[in-house]
Write a protein that binds this ligand. Structure first.
Ligand SMILES: C[S@@+](CC[C@H](N)C(=O)[O-])C[C@H]1O[C@@H](n2cnc3c(N)ncnc32)[C@H](O)[C@@H]1O
Length: 221
């Protein structure tokens, strides 16, 4: 594949746009669903939880969330207009009362301490200022809340032909360093692997992890 085509894949992964973005949303859903399930499982969702997902893509996985418990309130934020609209459509199709917010990728459109479960899958590579981003997540999270970050390992990502300078890659040590500098507590990192078809067609073994972070009872300042 030409470098220009690979760069288009990279841009579409960061911010899906137009008809190609819709296709990318479907492909991401199909290839990343196990990662999404892992991030959700690690949240230990309970009845009445207020859940926020950052970078939901087309949100075809909503059923997975609602099947965890009753009376959940789900909100999703994304920077892609196409994914935002697609998520609303997919939520309506299953009569889910999900709320979706399109935003600028920096400041969340929420008051302080409104969510008790937050998760994100395959977005950390695109965080522009990771420490500030973690501060923002911390701000909207209730004390004792749980935040899970699911990411493919740096060694795996480095081998993918479309991964370019737009991606910031992490291994578990990098994640630990990042979290140590934040106000969150790192509870655990769960390592997993699976066989997947890559965005360019070949079957590869993907090593990925779920970092489980907690906000303490009394906020750290
Ligand atoms: C690689 S896709 C992953 C989608 C889905 N979570 C998955 O794993 O299949 C990245 C998604 O995050 C969104 N995104 C990128 N940067 C973001 C940011 N700073 N905040 C929220 N969403 C972001 C993109 O628009 C896209 O929908």
């Amino acid at each position: 594949m030409k470098k220009s085509d690979l760069d288009i894949i990279a841009s579409q992964l960061e911010n899906p746009k137009g008809a190609k973005g819709l296709e990318m949303g479907d492909m991401m859903h199909a290839t990343n669903i196990e990662m999404t399930k892992s991030a959700i499982a690690a949240l230990s969702i309970e009845n009445k939880d207020e859940v926020l997902e950052i970078g939901h893509g087309n949100a075809k996985h909503l059923k997975e969330i609602y099947s965890q418990a009753n009376n959940l309130q789900y909100s999703g934020i994304d920077i892609s207009d196409v994914m935002h609209k697609e998520a609303i459509k997919n939520a309506e199709a299953i009569n889910a009362e999900a709320k979706f917010y399109l935003y600028n990728g920096g400041e969340f459109p929420f008051q302080e301490e409104v969510f008790n479960k937050i998760f994100t899958v395959n977005t950390i590579y695109f965080w522009k200022e990771p420490s500030n981003f973690l501060d923002e997540i911390y701000r909207v999270m209730r004390p004792k809340g749980i935040f899970t970050i699911c990411y493919a390992q740096k060694d795996f990502m480095k081998r993918l032909p479309f991964v370019n300078e737009k991606f910031k890659l992490y291994n578990n040590e990098d994640i630990k360093d990042l979290i140590l500098k934040s106000k969150f507590l790192l509870e655990d990192i769960i390592n997993k692997s699976e066989e997947v078809k890559s965005k360019t067609g070949e079957v590869v073994t993907r090593n990925y992890s779920v970092a489980i972070l907690k906000k303490e009872m009394f906020s750290k300042e």
